[in-house]
Design a protein around this ligand. Structure first.
Ligand code: XMP
Length: 522
């Protein structure tokens, strides 16, 4: 029952490869409507019928409808009988497919532009009024020059005479600008007018509803099988564990593998919360000796990552067998990991880093996957965590990479270095919390450099390591800006680290953004 009610209003976003397609999904979900992003070439009459959207949004994209073999929406999209909104390339393909015309223009528009509202339109309701000039964000070379039958123009800009068009009878709307980006200040409201006003979505997709729906789904999928879940202490796996525990109780066993490269107090916190507070069956395996033994003398970043990934799988496998095997493996896979983005560039993408996760296990152990967060973005996972009553200290945690402190320590890994880094990192984070900055920062951590410098402490010469501090703001970890602390704060944190941590006599602050840097140092 719950599943039917919650899933009745869905929007399908057809992806033509725009850099900002995911933002359309964000905006639609923020307005309380469930939606999914599907690549244009996977949408067929059949898939439409199965997904049963209340409306369809066509995304932007880098191609030109004037070139041969460029993407088009399946014809069924326009015959399905639901409202359709085309954005940028989505507008152009809609116009071309319905009999209008698109041309390349000398007057290209990139960035801020003004749209003059020329006529009333359902997607402008209550926001944009006839005669107004409204700020939007554009990014296009081609433009519509002739409308298909049944369409009227409702907004124009200098570079796009058909900046906004409407076919009221069929409930087809299209805009040359991008309503999904924040640089179109009323964009979210325009989208909401489309999803709620035109398509009639109720906006009742809440985390409370999602929780019920996922619990029902997990029960159905798992039956009376056994599920094993790797806990890392991070927010994703914590939310998965609590959700599953609520769904299937004792059928769940969590395994926490302590690699010896966790942060200060981390292992204790995880065990306390899950075993003592939630009463979740938890295996705590201290595998420090094994991991550090395998990493002895290894300093190449990719080698470190590979060794840790493989060792993790071995240990997890062993522990899973110890608890009598499992039929399912629960993972905290998120929506950005499963969106099959459209790539026009072809060819395999370059591996920047081998990410550590429990990939490889399901095949090896013959387990099916349970992935209750597959449909959520990171901040939605946090919201679900709150909904499940997880303490804020877990829900709001900064991400922590699977390989742990190993990749925050260029060069080889030793117990001594790990201890030094753990202490510096704990002081840095304590200072961040004391200053009330923790929630303003996506991720902050200390890095121990394999570089020694000369210092003077208490009139004596020191020759100790350099510690780098890192802090970034980001929305998804894909791009990031370094955090702009005030110097007082940095001075205070540096001072404490140098005074309190033996082995560090100099602190530097990393002011590299991503790109060109990455967030972690290795
Ligand atoms: P980078 O360093 O690639 O990191 O800019 C982007 C985000 O991913 C995290 N990260 C990882 N997370 N396993 C993880 O679970 C990994 O192997 C891994 N490597 C990086 C990183 O902390 C940041 O949030």
């Amino acid at each position: 029952m719950a599943e039917d009610v919650i899933m009745s209003d869905r929007i399908l976003i057809i992806d033509f490869g725009s850099q900002v397609t995911q933002l359309i999904a964000r905006r639609v979900r923020e307005s309380g409507v469930y939606c999914e992003v599907h690549p244009f070439n996977k949408v067929t009459g059949e898939s439409l019928a199965a997904f049963a959207p209340k409306a369809i949004i066509l995304s932007g994209g880098p191609a030109s409808v004037l070139d041969i073999d460029t993407p088009r929406a399946a014809d069924e999209v326009f015959d399905f009988g639901v409202p359709v909104l085309g954005i940028c390339y989505g507008q152009q393909t809609m116009v071309e497919q319905l009999g209008g015309e698109v041309q390349t223009s000398d007057h290209r528009e990139f960035g801020r532009a003004q749209v003059r509202v020329t006529e009333e339109c359902a997607i402008f309701d209550g926001i944009w009024h006839v005669g107004a000039e409204e700020q939007v964000w554009m990014s296009h070379g081609d433009r519509v020059v002739r409308l298909p039958e049944g369409f009227r123009v409702v907004g124009t800009s200098d570079g796009a005479p058909y900046a906004a068009i409407a076919n009221d009878e069929r409930c087809f709307y299209a805009v040359q600008f991008h309503p999904e980006v924040v640089h179109t200040p009323h964009g979210a409201e325009l989208l909401k007018n489309f999803t709620h006003g035109v398509a009639g979505c109720r906006g009742d997709w809440t985390m409370a509803a999602f929780r019920e729906q996922e619990i029902a789904k997990v029960r159905k999928q798992v039956g009376d099988g056994r599920v094993i879940c790797g806990l890392s202490g991070g927010v994703d796996s914590s939310v998965v564990a609590v959700l599953l525990h609520e769904a299937i109780g004792d059928q769940l066993t969590c395994v926490f593998v302590d690699t010896g490269m966790m942060r200060m107090g981390e292992a204790d916190e995880v065990v306390k919360l899950f075993r003592d507070h939630y009463n979740i069956s938890l295996v705590h395996r201290d595998a420090t000796d094994l991991f550090l033994g395998k990493l002895d003398g290894v300093s190449d970043p990719e080698q470190k990552r590979k060794i840790i990934g493989a060792t993790f799988i071995d240990v997890f496998d062993e522990e899973a067998n110890n608890v009598g095997g499992a039929d399912f493996l629960a993972q905290g896979t998120l929506y950005p990991d499963v969106i099959e983005s459209v790539s026009f560039h072809g060819g395999p993408s370059v591996t920047i880093k081998s990410h550590h996760n429990v990939g490889g296990l399901p095949e090896r152990m013959n387990m099916a996957l349970v992935e209750p967060l597959r449909e959520l973005f990171k901040d939605e996972v946090r919201e679900l965590g709150r909904e499940l009553g997880l303490p804020e200290s877990f829900v709001g945690r900064h991400p922590f990479p699977g390989p742990g402190l190993a990749i925050r320590m260029p060069g080889d890994i030793t117990r001594e270095k790990l201890d030094i880094l753990r202490k510096a990192d704990a002081i840095y984070l304590e200072e961040i919390r004391n200053a009330g900055l923790y929630d303003k920062i996506w991720q902050a951590f200390a890095v121990l450099l394999p570089v020694q410098t000369v210092g003077v402490m208490g009139d004596a010469r020191t020759y100790d390591n350099v510690c780098a501090l890192r802090a970034v703001t980001s929305t998804d970890g894909m791009t990031a800006d370094f955090y702009h602390y005030d110097m007082e704060f940095l001075g205070r944190a540096a001072n404490r680290i140098i005074n309190e941590v033996r082995g560090i006599n100099r602190v530097v602050y990393d002011i590299t953004s991503k790109p060109p840097g990455t967030i972690e140092w290795e």
